[in-house]
Design a protein around this ligand. Structure first.
Ligand SMILES: NC(=O)c1ccc[n+]([C@@H]2O[C@H](COP(=O)([O-])OP(=O)(O)OC[C@H]3O[C@@H](n4cnc5c(N)ncnc54)[C@H](OP(=O)(O)O)[C@@H]3O)[C@@H](O)[C@H]2O)c1
Length: 310
């Protein structure tokens, strides 16, 4: 089979195209492109079918597991595909590891080291119990996330653009330092003992619930990440699509009840708005996939995320 590879502007991307055998898959084509170009390894490539000029339709993205014949539309001998460079890629595990490593390492710096001297505070620093518990709580949270990244989550996408590492690290590392600065500050005023216990107690319950939600999501896919998207059932998923985000938000609320800083609440608001947007997209995708037509199950009526009660 002859495969013509063109760029999005329609220019020939690989001179003379590529010749592959009739049983070749999209993955074989990606390997062949890599062999010819050296720079563009398979996860950097986005291959689509051409669309008519001026058409508003979204192009069909070629799935690496499928055979090229499935896309050749009756014409078995030639196929034209559009190549797009997705830029340098990193695995999802690498992305998550680096974004969570920052807060895990930076937070203790504010607790253990005399950083406030550099900000002009020369006096003795008295550490309140809530600051010590906050350190444990924070480190447990990010350690849990790293462990889940390596041992629980079954990602559907192998890689993410390298630029996301910088963007996500900027978000997590900056917020981590911002909150750590205020919670460990020498002029920090602790909340009452009861409020601290309620906050941390509630937060820990939510972190455990969040872990359980991730186990439920993990069991929707096989170990190699295949299985696509399924309807999650059980526990809080019976009432809310993104039970994982819901419990994540509440565990930050617990942390903030116990520590009570403006920085912490700012992070809570930003994180809630990010997760709300993602939850709306996930809810829409599940409703579209499970529309009750052609034998597919119908997605049950559920909240999207709580709060903000959508
Ligand atoms: N504080 C913050 O700002 C913030 C923001 C976002 C997330 N988080 C935390 O980080 C965790 C991970 O977040 P995330 O957004 O990367 O992932 P996620 O949506 O929580 O999903 C975790 C894993 O489950 C899979 N999954 C989700 N829904 C599924 C379904 N219906 N069927 C089969 N598999 C499904 C995902 O697959 P895919 O690989 O296909 O997605 C992913 O591998 C969250 O749960 C939350 O605790 C925090």
């Amino acid at each position: 089979m002859k495969v013509n590879i063109v760029s999005r502007s329609g220019r020939e991307f690989i001179k003379g195209g590529l010749e592959l055998n009739d049983s070749a898959t999209v993955a074989d084509l990606q390997e062949a492109i890599h062999k010819r170009t050296k720079k563009f390894y398979p996860s950097r490539q986005r291959l689509t079918l051409p669309v008519q000029p001026g058409s508003k339709e979204r192009p069909v993205v070629l799935h690496y597991k499928k055979s090229l014949k499935e896309y050749s539309d009756g014409n078995q001998n030639t196929l034209t595909v559009v190549f797009k460079d997705l830029g340098p890629q990193v695995s999802y595990r690498t992305l998550f590891f680096f974004e969570y490593l920052g807060p895990l390492l930076l937070y203790p710096v504010f607790y253990y080291f005399p950083v406030y001297q550099f900000f002009g505070y020369k006096g003795e620093r008295v550490i309140h119990p809530v600051q010590t518990y906050a350190l444990y709580y924070w480190c447990f949270h990010y350690f849990k996330r790293i462990m889940e990244t390596f041992f629980v989550h079954r990602f559907s996408h192998a890689t993410s653009p390298l630029s996301n590492v910088f963007r996500n690290c900027a978000y997590y590392w900056t917020f981590g330092s911002y909150i750590a600065y205020y919670v460990n500050h020498p002029l920090y005023t602790p909340v009452s003992d009861l409020q601290m216990k309620i906050g941390f107690g509630f937060g820990i319950v939510c972190q455990l619930a969040n872990f359980y939600c991730h186990i439920i999501l993990k069991n929707l896919r096989s170990a190699d990440g295949s299985g696509g998207y399924q309807i999650p059932h059980g526990f809080l998923f019976n009432i809310v699509t993104c039970a994982n985000y819901t419990t994540e938000i509440y565990q930050w609320l617990g942390f903030n009840i116990a520590t009570q800083t403006v920085a912490g609440y700012v992070f809570l608001v930003v994180a809630t708005s990010i997760m709300t947007n993602w939850a709306l997209a996930k809810h829409r995708r599940l409703r579209k996939l499970f529309d009750g037509k052609d034998g597919r199950p119908k997605y049950p009526r559920r909240w999207v995320i709580l709060p903000p009660f959508l």
